[in-house]
Design a protein around this ligand. Structure first.
Ligand SMILES: [Ca+2]
Ligand SMILES: [Ca+2]
Length: 414
């Protein structure tokens, strides 16, 4: 088997997508989009086109045989959704009939987007010689944290040429990006984004992976090549080593935070830092002092759960906030549902902008023609009441002008 790694060949600045091209895909080959963020969650659109030499089985999606992998297997007669268990073993779901005659070309589009609470569903579209087929898959893609790939099966795989694999995300337009680790999950009631979603607030990009540390920092550098949020919320810290003391944060964490702040500064992005609750085996006092003294805004997660001080081997959090795990599998790192609610409340307190609706320029929690009137009034030099500059820059280019009016009209037309 051959593994092919590609680097960015072409940016599509209008859609913020990444394309990768190759001459062919043979049995056993896998193509991975190495310059597209691996840990991007939520909305994502993947497309694959190829000239078919011999139709056979192939897989397309995210995380081939990885712990949170989710993808589809397509062959000449059926489409089979696949999820992977925590060991990366494939679990095949009920197949859907594939009645397309695929002999000269194929185009596959996977469009994953938020549908209902805690659910990210995937629309699959396949085009070929005799038409197209569109199906909505029933699996929930909200837990995915893996790279985009296409793979030809080893024994009966597709053979094709002129392949193109492309990925993009509507999330790149979101004004707030949150980068972190296993604390960030929308479908787990022991994580804070769950409680934001419960209140209807999910309008932000999440980049995260369990155990996330420097690998997420590196992924964030890739992500920042694809767009610029207004706010970059930096929640990494738990999975770095203990601080030397309360005045000396872990050097690897500090150098990465410093670099992210520097990138934000040069790009006009507002960094939002975060304190990290101390846990019985990890001292984050140095990181937290550094965050508090940085002069930047921050979310005070340590305060939210009473994890500000470190005592080796002792749970200093509020009663019932820290998950202890089981005797066989102790935890002492993650919050309980109670702890997660406290963290969510702290996010709402320290970053109220995360609740804003795109286009709600008068901040009355609905988007309608009053917002359009106020936006036009402001651009013409008037002074609308309760006008939010943050909300008015709908196209996220740090200017408030006719481009934002066009965006708002498009939102209202939907
Ligand atoms: Ca409004
Ligand atoms: Ca603008």
């Amino acid at each position: 088997m051959r593994t092919i790694y590609f680097f960015i060949i072409e940016f599509l600045f209008l859609s913020f997508g990444i394309d990768v091209y190759s001459t062919n895909l043979s049995k056993g080959d896998i193509v991975v989009l190495t310059d597209f963020p691996y840990y991007l969650r939520n909305d994502i659109k993947i497309s694959f086109t190829a000239d078919v030499t011999t139709m056979g089985t192939f897989y397309i999606g995210r995380g081939y045989r990885s712990a949170s992998g989710i993808y589809v297997k397509i062959d000449g007669t059926k489409i089979t959704p696949i999820t992977c268990d925590s060991s990366g073993n494939e679990i095949e779901k009920a197949s859907i009939v594939n009645d397309l005659a695929i002999s000269t070309f194929i185009k596959v589009i996977l469009d994953v987007r938020h549908t209902t609470k805690y659910q990210y569903k995937c629309n699959l579209e396949i085009q070929s010689d005799n038409g197209k087929k569109i199906v909505e898959l029933s699996e929930n893609w909200s837990g995915v944290e893996d790279p985009v790939f296409v793979k030809s099966a080893t024994s009966d795989g597709i053979i094709c040429s002129n392949i193109s694999l492309c990925a993009t995300s509507s999330n790149f337009d979101k004004p707030i990006w949150v980068v972190g680790d296993s604390y960030l999950s929308i479908h787990n009631s022991e994580r804070w984004p769950y409680y934001l979603e419960k209140r209807g607030y999910y309008n932000y990009l999440i980049e995260s992976v369990s155990g996330g540390a420097t690998q997420v920092y590196n992924d964030a550098l890739v992500l920042l090549e694809l767009g610029s949020p207004k706010y970059l919320v930096w929640c990494l810290g738990m999975n770095y080593g203990s601080d030397v003391d309360a005045d000396t944060p872990r050097s690897s964490w500090k150098s990465e935070v410093d670099n992210i702040v520097s990138i934000c500064s040069s790009r006009g992005i507002t960094p939002i830092l975060a304190t990290i609750p101390c846990v019985p085996k990890k001292n984050h006092e140095g990181k937290n002092k550094y965050v508090r003294n940085s002069g930047y805004r921050y979310i005070d997660f340590a305060k939210a759960v009473h994890g500000e001080t470190y005592t080796a081997g002792v749970d200093n959090w509020y009663e019932g906030y820290l998950y202890h795990g089981t005797e066989q599998k102790p935890d002492y790192v993650h919050p309980t549902a109670l702890g997660a609610q406290a963290l969510a409340n702290q996010v709402l307190k320290d970053l109220p902008e995360i609740t804003y609706l795109i286009g709600d320029v008068n901040l009355d929690k609905s988007v309608n023609y009053n917002d359009l009137n106020d936006l036009v009034l402001f651009i013409l030099g008037g002074k609308p009441q309760n006008f939010s500059l943050f909300q008015a820059d709908i196209d996220n280019n740090r200017k408030i002008n006719v481009g934002d009016v066009t965006k708002l009209v498009n939102i209202l037309k939907k």
